[in-house]
Ligand binder design. Structure first.
Ligand SMILES: Nc1ncnc2c1ncn2[C@@H]1O[C@H](COP(=O)(O)OP(=O)(O)O)[C@@H](O)[C@H]1O
Ligand SMILES: [Mg+2]
Length: 416
């Protein structure tokens, strides 16, 4: 019997899968079942189709794909031996392979339409358009050479190129604001920030009328300024914003959304092509479980969230954080940096278990390390950087975590 003939479809999983040779030969045969979307699988020894079939059953596609994966791991090889099929099985599913092709097509389409300007700046693998020449340098953030762009940077950079609205959510000090600032710093874009967890009123945000030298004049708020001039606007802690601000934002969130200044006789503000809108939030969306830590944070509703690409900023991994520490403070030795990163990771784990009420930010870690380099004293440095910011119970637990990492002897410096 010609086993090749069993491959019913060119692209289907049907066919014979073999392992071993001679007397040790073992096979699985896959064919279409009479039942729609189901496959018959048979198993036997010896030449396929000749020996006795010891397993004969019908499975659905999900089940079959799991089996194909398992067989491949066990050393079964498709008689058809097609490379694409092998890849599909290895990737776990046909879907993954098709998606790979689609991504490739999309990438080619993008490359064709993008005659990258020579001045384009690369962030990871993404070429980003430069800022308008008129950008005042005072508004361009300073480059922090120690800033580490992790794997997520490419996705967000592409969103910025495509003019998507980007919201970064995550605990305080996880690098949300600095990410946007560092992309802007490298591409030369001006950045304006509006923090919603303070006294930002709708007037500050949109603008207001005032009297100047006997004349009534209009003063643009940060939003129209950024839209007209092509700056990047970061709305920090958006989950604390007043409802009136959220209402104004909603219109602007549309692609190329315009701003209607009602207070100014319905003037329409068109967005400059370089204008970009970002938000950061601590307790929105996937972070809602932590709302108790961020007193007064509002729930952002789903319709509002759906107007954004929302990225969850976890803290850096231990390795990444050690790397950031060394880049920020080159005097730190690799082993100190690793130990400090491990302490931060342990504190975060304790926080996740609810053993600690406060989390441990990258900002806090860097500050502690900086003080440590100044004082040469781990405990003294931890006072203003850590202990004084948390409850006495939390301070005690953090101190024991630090001791556990054996940075200092139990008797040493334990005065606090
Ligand atoms: N990926 C990173 N690379 C280097 N430093 C980082 C990184 N992420 C966070 N930091 C440090 O942590 C500090 C706080 O980050 P920030 O962006 O202000 O946090 P958030 O906005 O999430 O509260 C930054 O100023 C920077 O020193
Ligand atoms: Mg921030």
């Amino acid at each position: 019997m010609n086993t090749q003939a069993l491959a019913v479809h060119d692209n289907g999983p049907e066919g014979v899968y073999l392992r071993g040779s001679g007397a040790a030969r073992e096979w699985w045969r896959v064919s279409l079942s009479e039942r729609a979307h189901m496959f018959r699988i048979e198993h036997g020894h010896g030449a396929a189709g000749s020996g006795a079939v010891d397993i004969d059953t019908v499975v659905d596609l999900d089940n079959l794909e799991a089996k194909l994966l398992k067989w491949r791991r066990e050393g079964f090889v498709s008689v058809a031996g097609r490379e694409d099929e092998a890849r599909a099985v290895a990737a776990g599913s046909r879907f993954a392979m098709e998606l790979e092709r689609a991504v490739e097509l999309q990438r080619e389409a993008r490359a064709a339409e993008q005659t990258a300007p020579t001045e384009a700046v690369r962030i990871g693998g993404v070429a980003m358009p430069p800022a308008p020449e008129s950008t005042p340098s005072a508004l361009v953030p300073r480059i922090n050479d120690a800033y580490l762009f992790t794997a997520r940077a490419d996705d967000i950079a592409l969103d910025i190129v495509e003019n998507r609205r980007v919201m970064l959510i995550g605990h305080t000090g996880s690098g949300k604001t600095s990410f946007i600032e560092q992309v802007a710093a490298r591409t030369g874009h001006g950045v304006l920030r509006a923090n919603m967890n303070g006294q930002t009123t709708i007037g500050d945000f949109v603008g207001f009328w005032t009297v100047k030298g006997g004349e009534t004049v209009w003063v643009d708020g940060v939003l129209p300024v950024a839209m007209r001039e092509g700056y990047w606007l970061i709305i920090d802690e958006l989950d604390f914003a007043e409802p009136s601000i959220l209402a104004v934002l909603t219109a602007v969130l549309e692609p190329n959304g315009r701003l209607l200044l009602k207070e100014r006789g319905n003037e329409i503000v068109e967005p400059h092509p370089s204008f970009r809108l970002f938000a950061t939030a601590n307790a929105a969306g996937a972070m809602s479980a932590y709302r108790h830590l961020y007193q007064g944070a509002n729930l952002l509703n789903e319709a509002f969230l759906d107007r954004w690409r929302v990225y969850l900023f976890d803290y850096l991994s231990k390795e990444e954080e050690a790397e950031v520490l060394r880049r920020t403070l080159p005097a730190l030795t690799p082993s100190i940096a690793q130990t400090l990163a491990a302490i931060a990771a342990d504190c975060r784990a304790a926080f996740a278990r609810e053993d600690l009420a406060s989390t441990f930010s990258t900002r806090r870690l860097i500050d502690w390390a900086e003080l440590m380099l100044r004082t040469g004293d781990v405990e003294r440095a931890a006072g203003p950087a850590i202990y004084a910011k948390v409850s006495a119970e939390d301070a005690a637990l953090i101190r024991s975590i630090i001791r556990h990492h054996a940075i200092f002897d139990a008797g040493d410096g334990a005065s606090g």
